[in-house]
Design a protein around this ligand. Structure first.
Ligand code: JA5
Length: 241
């Protein structure tokens, strides 16, 4: 997969040289390219924004500069992703859908956002344009959202995560539940012991205990996820909880 990120703060994306995503890039599993939007400006001051029509505070990013940049970067197969506080809230389902694409282009806005005609232009040209928010809080720009999107999508690519089984049991994974609590050595720490069942070696009981904890935790912290569960996914023991 190829992912292009266009931003006025390319250094913000330096974190993507590290850890799993960095290794995926070195292994050729992910072709990640970061571009400075100002490369497509033509004036001496390398201007990317202007005052908003209709008045109001702040500045809006210019459609002409973004159009030049995205025409160059999208190519034939690019799917445009625009982080924005007014977007759909990004979920693991979005990550799975985006991970199936061959080429993503993430346009990071700053200021009050990107001129709305940019998304309109590429939709009119028949491209898929995803406007996504990473949550209900305020950021100063799209770069932090881009880091989240690249990590959430990149880790789903074949070969990026060592053990693909670990993708199944995680929170928001295939089971549609939050993850159960995890423990490691020492067996007693700070006078606190681990749950006995985990040292029993009885795998059926361990699996049952883990599912019970995942259901309990999800019911307590995210009742909306319980409501969204496919009823068929719950066995009679689950229902008894
Ligand atoms: C949870 O917030 C976001 O996902 C988010 C994305 C963007 C893009 C901005 C500049 O236009 S502000 C902002 N917030």
């Amino acid at each position: 997969m190829r992912i292009d990120v266009v931003t006025v703060f390319p250094d913000y994306l330096a974190a993507l040289d590290l850890s799993l995503i960095g290794k995926a890039r070195q292994a050729g599993l992910l072709d990640l390219r970061v571009h400075d939007l100002r490369e497509w400006t033509t004036d001496r001051h390398r201007t990317v924004d202007d005052t908003p029509f209709g008045g109001g505070a702040g500045m809006v990013m210019r459609p002409d500069v973004w159009g030049q940049a995205l025409d160059d970067v999208l190519g034939a197969d690019g799917r445009l992703v625009i982080p924005t506080p007014s977007g759909e809230v990004f979920t693991q389902r979005h990550a799975e859908a985006l991970a199936a694409e061959s080429h993503l282009v993430i346009a990071c806005g700053r200021y009050e956002g990107i001129d709305a005609r940019v998304a309109e232009h590429y939709r009119a040209a028949g491209r898929e344009v995803s406007e996504l928010s990473i949550g209900d809080y305020v950021l100063n720009g799209g770069e932090v959202a881009a880091l989240v999107l690249v990590e959430a999508v990149g880790r789903l690519l074949p070969g990026v995560v060592g053990n693909p089984d670990s993708l199944v049991e995680e929170s928001h994974g295939a089971a549609g539940l939050l993850e159960y609590p995890v423990y490691t050595k020492p067996p007693v720490w700070d006078g606190l012991e681990i749950p006995d069942v985990l040292a029993s070696g009885h795998h059926a009981r361990i699996d049952r205990w883990r599912r019970d904890r995942a259901l309990e935790r999800t019911a307590q912290r995210r009742p909306d996820m319980i409501a969204a569960l496919d009823a068929a996914a719950l066995d009679k023991h689950d229902r008894a909880l």
